[in-house]
Design a protein around this ligand. Structure first.
Ligand code: ADP
Ligand code: ADP
Length: 224
């Protein structure tokens, strides 16, 4: 079963004038794929991310997550899946300033069924996966940009999600640090995680084993 399956998904913002931000999108993403999504500013990338991340609902069409139709989910169920089945990595990190790295990662487990006594252990394990064993007690402002993004990646994966959705994950990083973060994403991919990276950076896009291009709301496979 695909992790993500969109069939004829359209998103129209009412306007006026109405904006057809996504038009009849069809795509299936299989477990373990590393997919990049590219396109110019205003083409519909954020709209696509908001649908896949359950932040918004299609105007028409079907979105199945792990084989289940998402249109029947309640708002509470959608919230439950975000950050649990779907891990998010943002351009701007979204870490809490007065919490250590390990506390920031643990917070992602607060609203799921994880036994509180296991939260720290899981958070430390996620930080280990991103190579931050030596920084678990640091505050975000004691970390470099690349390290902060690695904490954010640890937070995204700690709940063992089916898919990690990254929105311009290297947008605020210099090119060397960006490479570091991309290496981590590639490691996670090699460990079997499904990764989706939205980017306008061709260098980042080239990391994907598969690239989807959005042009004026039309999603298609980029031919190699
Ligand atoms: P991208 O992420 O590729 O820059 P977006 O998905 O943000 O593109 O936007 C796609 C189109 O939808 C653009 O024309 C944008 O102006 C429009 N749009 C995005 N959000 C809204 C909204 N809330 N209301 C109206 N139009 C919107
Ligand atoms: P940018 O990439 O411009 O820095 P952000 O990464 O801050 O933007 O946010 C990208 C999108 O994700 C926004 O639409 C925002 O509303 C949404 N978002 C931000 N934080 C969260 C969160 N913790 N959970 C779910 N959605 C979020």
């Amino acid at each position: 079963t695909p992790v993500i399956s969109l069939r004829e998904v359209s998103v129209t913002y009412p306007g006026p004038p109405p904006v057809h931000a996504l038009v009849g999108a069809n795509v299936a993403i299989l477990p373990g794929e590393y997919v990049t999504v590219v396109g110019p500013s205003g083409s519909g990338k954020s709209t696509f991310l908001n649908i896949v991340g359950l932040l918004d609902e299609p105007t028409s069409g079907t979105y199945e997550l792990n084989g289940s139709d998402t249109s029947t989910l309640t708002e509470k169920e959608r919230t439950g899946l975000r950050g649990h089945d779907i891990g998010f990595v943002f351009q701007s990190f979204h870490l809490l300033n007065y919490r250590s790295a390990v506390e920031n990662v643990e917070l992602a487990l607060l609203y799921n069924s994880t036994d509180p006594s296991r939260r720290t252990e899981l958070a430390l394990s996620a930080l280990h996966q991103v190579g931050l064993d030596h920084r678990v007690n640091s505050l975000p402002n004691q970390l470099s940009g690349g390290e902060r993004q690695r904490v954010a990646i640890a937070r995204a994966i700690v709940g063992n999600p089916s898919v990690v959705l990254c929105d311009e994950p290297t947008g605020n990083l210099d090119s060397r640090t960006a490479k570091d973060v991309l290496d981590i994403l590639r490691d996670l991919h090699q460990q079997g995680l499904t990764i989706i990276v939205i980017t306008h950076d061709p260098g980042v896009a080239a990391q994907g084993r598969r690239t989807l291009r959005i042009t004026d709301g039309h999603l298609r496979e980029e031919s190699a």
